[in-house]
Design a protein around this ligand. Structure first.
Ligand SMILES: Cc1cc2nc3c(=O)[nH]c(=O)nc-3n(C[C@H](O)[C@H](O)[C@H](O)COP(=O)(O)OP(=O)(O)OC[C@H]3O[C@@H](n4cnc5c(N)ncnc54)[C@H](O)[C@@H]3O)c2cc1C
Length: 506
């Protein structure tokens, strides 16, 4: 019997959630984070009274956060609260049509009938199928490691097979949506869900149709205080459970002896650990921390998800036509994705996403009467493009589009401006090529090809976060933390004992 130590490399949402779970198992957990703040991509900043969430803006599956508090037996209310949105997103089309995506399914179906003539039964059939696929098929991917025998014995595989449709693998999301809806506007609206993990709806399998379930059956939510409150809540919970954070400390090497992890090197100092979990992008983990170019090259073979160009604008005016989440669709969606994933050339009419958290808490995120705009377009991952030139090009394209659709002169209200590009996404969070969600889901095998949550070659080494199974996005990173925790628990008979010790099984 001995007291065991776990080290987590990186305080992204997946890293913090894993730290909480391992600490609750009885490990002494230390998190090393290279930035002097926790959260990784899930962070924020403020300029002249305008507060911006820097990365994620859409919050689904709050139960995954509630689960962590329940596990820690800590009341969530003093840390975190959220509300369900009435409208998940407002969609603007160039021909003047505006669709409000109500989270109430009847209201949504009514809106679609009015605006697009789409029969309501098409919507309810689609969302019902998405719900079945999510509950019976996706849950296997989200709750289990796909790479262990236990998955075959424990996971409800039979239920998954009985709900499986060949179309989910052999049709693209776009083809599936075209066969589900009459209205091209709806096909485009539901195609957009492929971008939730940085993929191309014209290539990615129809299985991604289940993402609509999260927003339209479970609901989209808003965390009070903005997305940064997720990081703050998890960070505080981790501290409360006893996790130690070493911020501003970059891990330089994972030390391995006889195919077993021994600890990590930080500032030339060795820190011993029985378990090491890397929340760093798996490509950089192999390349920089393990000096394993062969494994890094294998990871590199898989296509990256798309990246983003984001303009943070403090606006000197409020825009009543806009809500929390707004999408201004491109005229030719197929051509837009062709540019992002194939030609790599700038696309003149990008789909523009505008997120304004001040709409939810007026005056709290921007001075009264003003707004904090997070303006994002999807772009290719970084392969050395001239981002300074592209930034200028897209700034103009975005402004022209917003002016056209809103009938205004938006540039005249921009008082504060900041930009995030694939290059700065990579440098700030060590995400290979600045991709937002690790590898893309463009191939039908992608879900099976992501790196497992453990190392097959190095005992005691685990992986969590957007670049490994089950993938990117906050809910998936939180699910990944639960998978890692289960894998560790299976290997070590871990439980909290009076002297905080952990027993090894084998
Ligand atoms: C612009 C943008 C928009 C997004 N929109 C959404 C959205 O709306 N909804 C959603 O669910 N998801 C969204 N995502 C994706 C989501 O943010 C990520 O999938 C998720 O936050 C990734 O978490 P992670 O656990 O992989 O860690 P990351 O956030 O990638 O953090 C990894 C951490 O590891 C640290 N690190 C790296 N190397 C080292 C080292 N050697 N030593 C110590 N520390 C190290 C980094 O500094 C970083 O803090 C978006 C992402 C971006 C960038």
């Amino acid at each position: 019997m001995s007291s065991k130590k776990a080290i987590v490399i990186g305080a992204g949402v997946g890293g913090i959630a894993t730290a909480i779970r391992l600490q609750l198992q009885g490990f002494n957990v230390q998190v090393f984070e290279k930035n002097d703040y926790p959260g990784g991509k899930l962070t924020h900043f403020e300029i002249d009274g305008f507060k911006f969430d820097a990365g994620p803006s859409l919050f689904t599956s709050p139960r995954l956060i509630e689960e962590l508090f329940a596990l820690a037996k800590e009341p969530i209310a003093p840390y975190f609260s959220y509300e369900k949105l009435e409208v998940a997103c407002t969609y603007f089309y160039e021909d003047g049509v505006r669709i409000k995506a109500f989270t109430d399914s009847e209201a949504f179906a009514k809106e679609l009938l009015e605006k697009t003539d789409e029969p309501s039964e098409n919507i309810s059939r689609y969302l019902h199928r998405a719900s079945l696929a999510y509950r019976n098929i996706a849950n296997i991917f989200l709750s289990y490691s796909l790479h262990t025998v236990q998955t075959l014995t424990k996971a409800p595989i039979f239920k998954a097979i009985s709900n499986f449709k060949w179309a989910y693998l052999f049709k693209s999301l776009n083809d599936y949506n075209q066969s589900s809806f009459k209205s091209p506007k709806l096909v485009q609206l539901f195609n957009r869900f492929a971008t939730y993990n940085g993929s191309n709806p014209y290539q990615a399998p129809a299985m991604l149709s289940l993402i609509a379930h999260l927003e339209h059956n479970e609901g989209a939510h808003y965390p009070k205080g903005g997305m940064i409150s997720i990081t703050n809540a998890l960070y505080r919970l981790a501290l409360k459970t006893g996790v130690e954070f070493s911020l501003g400390q970059s891990v330089k090497q994972i030390v391995v002896e006889n195919d077993r992890v021994k600890g990590v090197l930080v500032n030339e100092v060795f820190h011993q650990a029985h378990v090491v979990v890397s929340n760093m992008d798996v490509y950089f983990t192999y390349k920089q921390l393990l000096n394993n170019n062969i494994k890094a090259a294998q990871v590199k073979k898989q296509e990256r998800s798309s990246s983003a160009l984001i303009f943070y604008w403090g606006m000197n005016k409020s825009f009543p036509a806009l809500g929390l989440h707004n999408i201004f669709f491109s005229k030719d969606y197929r051509a837009e994705f062709e540019a992002i994933f194939h030609t790599g050339l700038p696309y003149a009419d990008p789909t523009v996403y505008v997120n304004i958290t001040d709409k939810m808490e007026p005056g709290a995120h921007a001075p009264l009467g003003k707004e904090n705009w997070f303006v994002m377009i999807n772009v290719p991952a970084n392969t050395g493009q001239d981002w300074a030139a592209l930034e200028q090009f897209y700034r103009q394209a975005i402004i022209q589009k917003l002016n056209r659709v809103l009938g205004d002169q938006v540039e005249s209200y921009i008082t504060v401006s900041e930009v995030l590009s694939p290059v700065t996404i990579e440098s700030k969070t060590a995400s290979y090529m600045g991709s937002l969600y690790g590898t893309s889901s463009n191939s039908r095998m992608s879900a099976f090809m992501r790196h497992p949550n453990y190392s097959k070659a190095i005992d005691g080494l685990y992986f969590v976060g957007g670049s490994v199974h089950p993938g990117g996005g906050i809910p998936l990173c939180l699910s990944g933390a639960a998978i890692v925790s289960d894998l560790v628990q299976n290997k070590y008979k871990t439980h909290i004992s009076p002297n905080n010790s952990v027993h090894e099984k084998n």
